[in-house]
Design a protein around this ligand. Structure first.
Ligand SMILES: [Fe+2]
Length: 220
């Protein structure tokens, strides 16, 4: 019998600041992977059948890799996947870097790694069919911010507007934090509700971001 769905996604919210880690399970092979090491092992373990095949890192900000050492110790077989320029990971023996647009499989699940610098230099989004794990590049209701040393607003504009918003509008995002009115959203819905996703060009996006930062209240 052919299963009606090929994978399941378990969202785990917690960590430093309403972070999300995700457990993705290939329902045909049973293979599992984790997106970001943001929540503790106790929180994630009940949803793992065995050792996960891989941990996919969206970027190397501390809150997204907070529990990575713990995961590596608990799962000796796991490999870590992320951005080639990510100096944080180069010291990890089991790290494998992913080129822009690189395709790879976990179980039967076909992933694509899409480099999306801007919020941070080593940001990657992971595409799985009509799902996009966006890390801190794109949230429900807004883009990521560009307040880190290695942030770049022109890069963020390019990543969001030329790489993500050009995808099918029914693509559903799973972001790195639970900052929106709901935990996940399609791109077309997100554009409708997000002032920061309606910019006419880079300059207009910069103005909108400036405005957003001015009006921002902590936690928004
Ligand atoms: Fe971040």
């Amino acid at each position: 019998m052919i299963p009606t769905t090929d994978f399941s996604i378990r969202s785990l919210c917690g960590g430093y600041d309403q972070n999300f880690s995700y457990v993705v399970t290939c329902t045909r092979t049973g293979a599992q992977l984790i997106i970001d090491a943001a929540v503790g092992i106790k929180q994630i373990s009940p949803f793992l059948r065995d050792q996960p095949g891989a941990i996919l890192i969206t970027h190397s900000h501390g809150d997204h890799i907070a529990h990575l050492d713990q995961y590596i110790e608990a799962f000796p077989k796991v490999i870590i996947l992320g951005h080639p320029d990510s100096s944080e990971f180069l010291k990890i023996k089991k790290f494998k870097s992913l080129k822009n647009n690189q395709l790879f499989k976990i179980g039967d699940l076909p992933f694509a790694a899409i480099h999306t610098p801007g919020h941070y230099y080593d940001s990657i989004c992971y595409q799985l069919d009509s799902i996009l794990f966006t890390g801190d590049t794109l949230f429900v209701g807004r883009t990521g911010r560009v307040i880190s040393i290695k942030s770049d607003i022109a890069d963020l504009y390019d990543s969001v507007y030329n790489k993500i918003l050009t995808m099918d509008g029914n693509t559903r995002i799973y972001p790195g934090h639970d900052y929106g009115e709901k935990s996940t959203i399609t791109l077309k819905e997100n554009i409708k509700i997000s002032h920061l996703l309606q910019a006419r060009n880079l300059k207009n996006f910069q103005q909108r971001m400036e405005q957003y930062e001015k009006n921002r209240t902590p936690g928004s």
